[in-house]
Design a protein around this ligand. Structure first.
Ligand SMILES: *Cc1c(COP(=O)(O)O)cnc(C)c1O
Length: 432
């Protein structure tokens, strides 16, 4: 590998100025070790660091770059719109255009509100669910990430479902108590929470394709349908947090792919095409409770700004081509098979989960990885060595075993071949 001296000195400076040298924790490479690369530019499937090293990028800004970096139409659209003014704090027509497109694409959304991040979307959706049901408690799953709002930084203690304890300093315990948690794919635990808190649970919030524990499967186990049925029976709302899997596993998200309708949907990442956008939407009857139509307050100075709306429009409108998802599916399947095959040849125990173009390879002897505890049992130390060896080979994967990697429309067949070959070399290096 060529030098990373500039990234190293950038990181030293950044650490003096920013907590951990970063503005979002996972970028600091804490769980994998090594020096985070400072990125200078990107194009298509590639990113280049400040020392000029080139990487095939499977992070894609954590998903938004589904068309690849610097797609010419997206760049041109954003440049055009920027020249007309970047934010007005007043309505603009691009908001109508993007709302129409989102409502058209996502089956469960009849009315939508735009915000500036996924965290804002989930936090606001929870407030809305509480406002609609008049109930205070919420259910989330162990290891499920829904942004950094107080009540969502909670996971279960070990063992059975229990009352929440905060995961972060600064979250009041009294507040965290309103968050009930259960393991993924454990329907009995969820039913028990509902039985013990009858009439008090406002909603279940779940990533229908979890990506923030590494990708896992809640669909073929019947778990998602179970949650839908339970919410309907109880009068609680089902919130699909599709910030990551929305527009990723299908044009209409996981709800379209699986044919299961949530009451509310949270969106982020791809919806902004790389600019800060989030959204929450759902059944009209619920959405009409939001201010100024109704009593649930939520606002945003930069929400719906023309620049972000344009980036979203240019990106989403290009996702309506069904061919795009077919090609992504085929490329991603070939990549993951190739990576697993490489592990097998190197004598490394591994399994993988993949929906469409989001995937995680787990280093474990277990047959499957479908709850948080399974991922905790993976060889996390080995993952760190694999990640860094891949980086040395010019492949930029998500820097944690608890994350998904993403294939974009800009990844070529040659990129996939080169990645599989790089993985073979990386494994040879770290297993001998
Ligand atoms: C990324 C993510 C969020 C948070 O979105 P931000 O834009 O980082 O605030 C919430 N939920 C899920 C499922 C995510 O993947």
């Amino acid at each position: 590998m060529s030098s990373i001296a500039t990234s190293q000195s950038d990181f030293e400076q950044a650490q003096k100025l920013l907590p951990g040298g970063v503005n979002s924790p996972v970028r600091a490479f804490k769980s994998v070790g090594g020096t985070p690369r400072f990125i200078a530019r990107a194009a298509g499937s590639r990113i280049w660091d400040v020392d000029g090293n080139e990487y095939i990028d499977y992070v894609g800004s954590w998903g938004p770059m589904i068309l690849g970096h610097t797609h010419p139409d997206v760049v041109k659209g954003v440049q055009e719109t920027a020249a007309l003014g970047m934010s007005f704090g007043a309505p603009c027509e691009l908001e109508i255009d993007l709302a129409r497109l989102v409502i058209d694409m996502v089956p469960g959304i009849e009315v939508v509100r735009f915000v500036n991040s996924g965290s804002e979307a989930t936090m606001s959706a929870l407030r809305l669910a509480r406002g609609f049901t008049g109930r205070d408690k919420i259910v989330k799953f162990e290891g499920g990430y829904h942004g950094h709002a107080d009540g969502l930084l909670v996971k279960a203690g070990s063992g059975a479902a229990t009352f929440g304890v905060p995961d972060s300093a600064g979250v009041p315990a009294d507040y965290a108590k309103l968050t009930l948690t259960a393991p993924f794919n454990d329907m009995e635990a969820v039913k028990k929470l509902f039985a013990e808190n009858r009439g008090e649970i406002a909603c279940i919030i779940v990533e229908p394709v979890p990506g923030n524990t590494g990708v896992m499967d809640l669909y073929s186990t019947g778990f998602l349908q179970g949650l839908r049925d339970l919410c309907t029976e109880d009068g609680a709302l089902l919130i699909f947090d599709e910030v990551m899997c929305g527009f990723r596993v299908a044009a209409g998200g996981a709800q379209q792919r699986f044919g299961i309708a949530p009451d509310l949907t949270c969106l982020g990442k791809i919806i902004g095409g790389g600019l800060p956008v989030g959204a929450y939407g759902g059944r009209e009857e619920i959405m009409r409770l939001i201010s100024p139509d109704g009593p649930v307050y939520q606002a945003g100075t930069l929400s719906g700004n023309p620049l972000a709306m344009r980036a979203g429009l240019e990106t989403l409108s290009r996702l309506r081509d069904p061919k795009l998802y077919e090609t992504l599916e085929a490329k991603s399947a070939r990549l993951v098979e190739g990576l697993l095959d490489g592990c097998k040849k190197a004598g490394v125990a591994a399994t993988a989960n993949r929906f469409g173009s989001m995937f995680t390879v787990f280093f474990t002897g277990a047959d499957a990885c479908n709850d948080y505890q399974d991922v905790c049992n993976c060889d996390l130390e080995f993952f760190g060595r694999y990640f860094n060896a891949m980086l040395d080979e010019g492949v930029y994967l998500a820097p944690s075993q608890f994350e998904a990697s993403f294939v974009s429309a800009a990844h070529s067949d040659e990129d996939i071949d080169n990645t599989i070959a790089a993985a073979g070399r990386a494994l040879a290096k770290i297993t001998t």
